[in-house]
Write a protein that binds this ligand. Structure first.
Ligand SMILES: [Zn+2]
Length: 351
């Protein structure tokens, strides 16, 4: 697949936390030059030079996306659900979803809203809790829903097909958190495949990040990275911040995060990344965040591994409809590739 087709396919792939199988298939197909291993959580991993004594540099991206899981069927066939990952209640009502049936068929659904005609005055400006929301698949009874193979535990994701505007280099779709990161890791691995590197390049395509960074531990246990480069689709802030506070605007380059709620980035590694970006003329943005959290933090905390986060800004992350840009993706790949070229044993030992 070419780059655009790959990003579109990754965006469209069905893969809420815990159900990443389709994404894993795509990743393995795209990494046909590498020997990949898939564990029983569906984490995928590979390395360029297994057993080498060069420092292990692990690229990571999570394959899961925010979605939902059906909790119960109501007698009228509408479906109670729980969010998978961090949604805000405001982004659910009237969003289109697809629910995967037991037989693997995707059934269109909508988070139901009462038509304004039937709303009481106060209902029009209030938001019900998610526990009162339901998904509707257009059936008239619980029995009919069950006949479609939909029931307790059925997973769901937003129902939108990715579009690319070539003139503006702009993608519109779902799940760029973190499929744009997955695309970055795949592209970096491809570009470096034939190159003699000072490090052993490794890759971790991990599951269940959105529910608490659960998958990456298994990959880190197996790969034993010396350093980690974490690709993320990160929340863009450029449509609601004053210019001086914009730290992740689309089209301004990938974001390097100094701090979020789960990690203070190793400043030596962060400085190296910023220096490399400057030397190579790669535009980057820097951020200090009061929220957030990534796989980088999980590996950093549990294994003492210096980790940086290279984030591709994504507008309206953790909702159904998102934008991201090709130039930010390309600059994220470039930065990681250049870093892999300088991360030799001596440099890693000083981080
Ligand atoms: Zn993410």
């Amino acid at each position: 697949m070419d780059t655009i087709e790959r990003i579109k396919a990754l965006s469209d792939a069905f893969g809420p936390s815990g159900f990443e199988d389709d994404v894993a298939v795509l990743v393995r197909e795209e990494l046909d030059g590498y020997e990949t291993f898939t564990d029983h959580m569906t984490n995928v991993r590979c390395e360029k030079e297994p057993g080498s004594d060069k420092p292990n540099v692990m690229l990571d991206a999570h394959m899961d996306e925010v979605g939902a899981i059906i909790q119960a069927i109501k007698p009228n066939g509408t479906l109670r659900f729980l969010p998978l990952g961090g949604w805000s209640a405001v982004s659910f009502p009237s969003s289109a979803f697809k629910i995967r049936s037991r037989e693997g068929k995707d059934i269109p659904a909508v988070v139901a809203i009462k038509p304004p005609h039937f709303m009481k005055k106060e209902e029009r400006n209030t938001l019900p809790p998610v526990s009162d929301m339901v998904m509707d698949i257009g059936v008239t009874s619980a029995e009919e829903a069950r006949e479609l193979g939909i029931g307790i535990g059925s997973p769901a994701v937003p129902d939108i097909t990715c579009r690319y505007d070539e003139e503006r280099g702009l993608f519109f779709g779902k799940a760029f958190d973190d499929r744009i990161g997955v695309a970055c890791a795949i592209e970096a691995l491809k570009r470096l495949q034939e190159e003699e590197l000072p490090c052993n390049l490794q890759a971790s395509f991990s599951v269940q990040e959105e529910v608490g960074e659960r998958g990456v531990r298994s990959n880190a246990e197996a790969l034993k990275p010396a350093v980690m480069i974490c690709f993320e689709g990160c929340p863009a802030d450029d449509t609601f911040s004053e210019d001086y506070m914009i730290q992740a605007g689309i089209g301004r380059g990938p974001m390097l995060r100094h701090m979020d709620v789960s990690m203070i980035t190793n400043w030596r590694f962060q400085k190296l990344a910023l220096d490399v970006a400057r030397e190579k003329g790669i535009p980057v943005q820097e951020s200090v965040r009061s929220g957030g959290g990534t796989n980088g933090a999980m590996v950093n905390q549990n294994y003492g591994v210096p980790a940086i986060v290279i984030g591709v800004p994504v507008r309206y992350i953790h909702s159904s409809n998102c934008f991201c840009r090709l130039d930010d993706y390309e600059n994220a790949v470039k930065l990681a590739v250049e870093l892999c070229r300088v991360l030799d044993a001596q440099t890693v030992s000083k981080l």
